[in-house]
Design a protein. Structure first.
Length: 79
């Protein structure tokens, strides 16, 4: 399974680890993802999402129904 946030779309990023001797090695920065269940009152069911901490804050601010509506609108526009 890919490491992508369902809400924000955050993905792993590439960067360089630079040692004291200035040796550069490529590393990856992983998003801080968590599996969470959210209750959808309109559908009377649980939804399981893999979200980043920024996605959790967005859901807290706007509500899960509004965020899921945004996700559906993005998918419809992309298709």
């Amino acid at each position: 399974m890919s490491r992508i946030c369902a809400v924000t779309g955050k993905k792993p990023m590439k960067g360089r680890l630079v040692s004291h001797a200035n040796n550069k090695t490529i590393r990856t920065f992983q998003p801080n993802l968590h599996y969470r269940r959210f209750w959808l009152e309109s559908q009377k069911r649980w939804v399981r999402l893999r979200v980043s901490t920024a996605g959790l804050r967005r859901i807290d601010k706007l509500g899960v129904e509004a965020v899921l509506a945004e996700i559906a609108a993005k998918r419809k526009a992309a298709a």
